[in-house]
Design a binder for this molecule. Structure first.
Ligand SMILES: N[C@H](CCC[C@H](N)C(=O)O)C(=O)O
Length: 274
């Protein structure tokens, strides 16, 4: 049973709605996007889980609602498939392209996400350049470097990332003592050049490896400044290539952080939502 507002502003109960959705992917990190500006749908965790399920639903690494906001061009509300929330870098880049498709803005935008307001530009080649929040802390831990780029990330450097047991080791760390409660995204990183890395990520809330993770590649690029790499960093992932730029102010302080890469519509459709 859902509560929604009609165009006239009436609050009505509905048993089932034919929900229009759009499917986007950003370097293989895929998302369901819904224009929620009029619908004002409030989804519960079982509905989110079902929509994101790759067998019983549409299938995705997350779900994003686009909503009006009095102080920004729009607000994006992101959910992991398990219903948990955080900033989503690749999802934000998809939301920017979707909001432009909806005619909410052209060229440059300011929108609200889980960790506050972000600015983004759609580049002439269609890639999206997203401004990330500043980073004030790089914590060296036994298991690797911990950096929060709007979602929590652990960075581990490995020799042969292509053959690494990302799922097994990522799952163990994410559910291990230190991170069991809040969870963490685990990024396995191989330095492949003077300003190039390859990143594979086990994602919290997806509870699996994803083909790329925007906040993860951002954290990995920043961590790599402690390994002698400088901005801009080319980050290759299983799903494609991204670029991370930043200004390092001090050992732990980074600002003007930008994540750039493609974000494309794959298909659109409707689904019956109970
Ligand atoms: N799973 C992450 C959120 C999505 C991160 C990733 N999809 C991205 O592009 O940043 C978490 O719960 O911290």
């Amino acid at each position: 049973m859902d509560l929604i507002y009609t165009e006239a502003g009436f609050l009505i109960y509905i048993d089932m709605v034919n929900l229009k959705f759009y499917k986007y992917q950003a370097t293989g990190n895929d998302f369901i996007l819904i224009d929620n500006r009029t619908l004002k749908l409030q989804l519960d965790q079982p509905q989110i889980q079902k929509l994101c399920d790759r067998k019983f639903g549409i299938g995705s690494d997350g779900l994003i609602l686009i909503q009006d906001h009095p102080d920004s061009d729009f607000e994006m509300v992101f959910y992991n498939p398990d219903g948990s929330q955080s900033l989503c870098g690749n999802g934000s880049r998809c939301a920017v392209n979707f909001a432009s498709f909806l005619g909410i803005f052209q060229g440059s935008t300011r929108f609200l996400a889980f960790d506050g307001e972000h600015q983004a530009d759609i580049l002439p080649d269609g890639q999206v350049r997203l401004k990330m929040g500043d980073v004030q802390n790089v914590r060296l831990m036994a298991d690797g470097m911990f950096i929060d780029t709007g979602s929590p990330h652990l960075i581990k450097y490995v020799i042969n990332v292509q053959n690494y047991r990302v799922y097994d080791e990522g799952k163990a760390i994410r559910n291990g003592g230190l991170f069991k409660e809040a969870g963490v995204n685990v990024n396995f990183v191989q330095i492949t050049g003077d300003s190039e890395i390859f990143v594979r990520t086990y994602e919290r809330g997806v509870e699996n490896e994803t083909l790329s993770c925007g906040t993860g590649v951002t954290a990995a690029a920043i961590a790599s400044s402690h390994k002698g790499l400088n901005s801009p960093v080319t980050v290759n992932t299983q799903g494609g290539t991204l670029t991370v730029e930043y200004t390092q102010i001090s050992n732990d302080n980074y600002s003007d952080i930008y994540l750039t890469g493609p974000a494309e519509k794959v298909f659109e459709g409707t689904i019956e939502l109970n």
